[in-house]
Design a protein around this ligand. Structure first.
Ligand SMILES: Cc1cc2nc3c(=O)[nH]c(=O)nc-3n(C[C@H](O)[C@H](O)[C@H](O)COP(=O)(O)OP(=O)(O)OC[C@H]3O[C@@H](n4cnc5c(N)ncnc54)[C@H](O)[C@@H]3O)c2cc1C
Length: 484
């Protein structure tokens, strides 16, 4: 517990300054926080630095740096320790990749390889973007980055090109999202279900927002206002405290994550508390778990764990992680109506202690948006997940729960294009009587599969799936077989 503690707070306020000891401790903490809370204190590195670190020296340096050896760590089933072991003999660039969660999920705006490449090239400063990797990945990246900064500099070589980030520059992106309007939100489960899944339709009548079936939408949520107000109350700060032209409440609503309390928050607390509480905050900031509750500490719980802690609101906001977009598979085909996009969203809710926790984005869509609400979105292109180019190739789709979302889009697309290939959908969920999503639609597809040409072409672009005609055989198996 005493290892890896952060260095003591630098004394920025002179002893002779007219402050009490308590005030001096607080001010030292506050200023130390302000100067160091810049995204793990990371200074972006130049392409040359990156090149020197990945290249090494000698004639074969470039080839060695480019060679990921088949990236054996690129397996999401492996634990962090195993991934780091598999990459330990590799240049730092690959070890950074191994620190990611290996899901290529795109939530950070990259795949794992390109995220590490972007950090290396100094194009990406944020080390805390890997959502599935969470704090574990952020901590490892920070450690590797420290190594990177202190490594001896080598002359640059062309090897930097080997880590180029995907340069496709769509008009709208994670950094430049488009606006969409919510058209409707409809519960997919029947009354009595223990699940809560929503069919959300968005109007995306925005030019330049090109998507295909298989892609996902990145969506920027806002935090639950009730949670925001509880955090403000626990902080004892005024909701309208001004921070960079906005109020504290506004920053908390859409600027920062209130989910797992980040290390930097505990570091900030360690600056402004004393004695045992400081030791505890420092331990939490370095990944220790002195009370065995670290996993359950969201931002509110973290404040409540240190009753009376009163960080400066601006330093507090600086210490939190940015609120990140979430991805949702597109569950409709643009061939039906490119402006009307459907998503299929499971609301995340669970209890810890006596407080209900809620997923930010899923409950944003389930309960906080209304028809007419505008939301910020972008397209996250799928990697190697698409319909076969040849429409006559048969496809088998297996998508339990909301996993059915992209396959609904596939089926719609095959219907709209009158693709002759056969389609098999395996779908299952908790209880078929309550949780058989899109039941009518899939059954209609299946029953009309035998007569694919019986429908006039004018029907082909209608979005009413109840009148679908297609060569689809929608099959549902697992524990329920009513559609097979
Ligand atoms: C490519 C891709 C496509 C996706 N498509 C879909 C889709 O079509 N539909 C869909 O619903 N989701 C989809 N997701 C998942 C989605 O992006 C979000 O992760 C999900 O909706 C939860 O986000 P949230 O903001 O609601 O929850 P968050 O605020 O991110 O909270 C989720 C976190 O809560 C914690 N948690 C959840 N349950 C519990 C529990 N019981 N106990 C303790 N902790 C818990 C976990 O740490 C979990 O990581 C997709 C993800 C990816 C990467």
């Amino acid at each position: 517990m005493t290892q890896n503690l952060p260095p003591p707070i630098p004394s920025l306020i002179p002893e002779t300054a007219p402050f009490s000891e308590e005030q001096r401790v607080w001010l030292n903490g506050f200023f130390a926080g302000l100067v160091s809370l810049d995204g793990f204190g990371v200074t972006p590195i130049s392409g040359e630095q990156a090149a020197s670190l990945i290249s090494g020296s000698g004639a074969n340096a470039k080839a060695a740096a480019d060679d990921d050896g088949g990236a054996p760590w690129h397996d999401q089933a492996l634990a962090m320790t195993e991934r780091m072991k598999l990459s330990e003999a590799k240049p730092l660039r690959w070890r950074m990749m191994a620190a990611m969660a290996q899901q290529d999920c795109g939530q950070c705006g990259y795949d794992c390889k390109n995220y590490s490449g972007a950090i290396f090239q100094g194009k990406e400063e944020r080390l805390n973007l890997c959502v599935p990797g969470g704090k574990e990945t952020a901590r490892m990246l920070k450690k590797l980055f420290e190594e990177f900064k202190t490594a001896p500099s080598e002359p640059p070589t062309p090897a930097a090109e080997a880590v180029s980030v995907s340069e496709t520059a769509p008009r709208y992106s994670r950094d430049n999202p488009a606006m969409a309007t919510v058209l409707s939100c409809r519960r997919l489960n029947k009354p009595g279900s223990q699940k809560e899944t929503w069919h959300v339709e968005l109007n995306v009548a925005t030019r330049g927002l090109d998507y295909a079936v298989g892609d996902s939408f990145g969506l920027f949520p806002t935090n639950d206002p009730a949670l925001v107000d509880a955090v403000i109350k626990a902080l004892g700060a005024p909701a309208d405290f001004p921070i960079g032209g906005r109020t504290l409440r506004e920053c908390l609503l859409d600027g920062v994550s209130l989910s797992p309390a980040p290390d930097m928050l505990f570091q900030l607390f360690s600056y402004i508390t004393g004695g045992e509480r400081r030791q505890k905050a420092r331990a939490l900031a370095t990944g220790d778990d002195p009370d065995g509750d670290a996993e359950s500490l969201d931002v509110l719980a973290a404040i409540e764990k240190f009753p009376g802690v009163r960080p400066d609101p601006e330093a507090f906001i600086e210490a939190l992680d940015p609120l990140q977009p979430r991805l949702y598979s597109i569950s409709s085909s643009p061939k039906l109506d490119p402006r009307r996009v459907a998503l299929t969203v499971d609301a995340v809710r669970y209890d810890i202690g006596n407080r209900r926790r809620i997923g930010v984005a899923s409950t944003y869509l389930a309960e906080r948006v209304k028809p007419g609400t505008t939301v910020k979105i972008y397209v996250q292109k799928a990697h190697a997940f698409a319909l076969p180019a040849d429409p006559s190739v048969p496809i088998i789709m297996i998508g339990p729960g909301t996993g059915v979302a992209p396959f609904r889009a596939f089926l719609q697309e095959r219907w709209a294009t009158q693709a002759p290939g056969r389609n098999w959908l395996f779908f299952g969920h908790q209880r078929s009587n309550y949780d058989f999503f899109y039941e009518d639609e899939f059954k209609s597809m299946k029953s009309s599969a035998a007569t694919p040409n019986a429908w006039p072409k004018t029907l082909r672009l209608r979005s009413s799936m109840s009148s679908l005609s297609t060569a689809c055989a929608a099959r549902k198996r697992l524990q329920h077989s009513s559609a097979s």
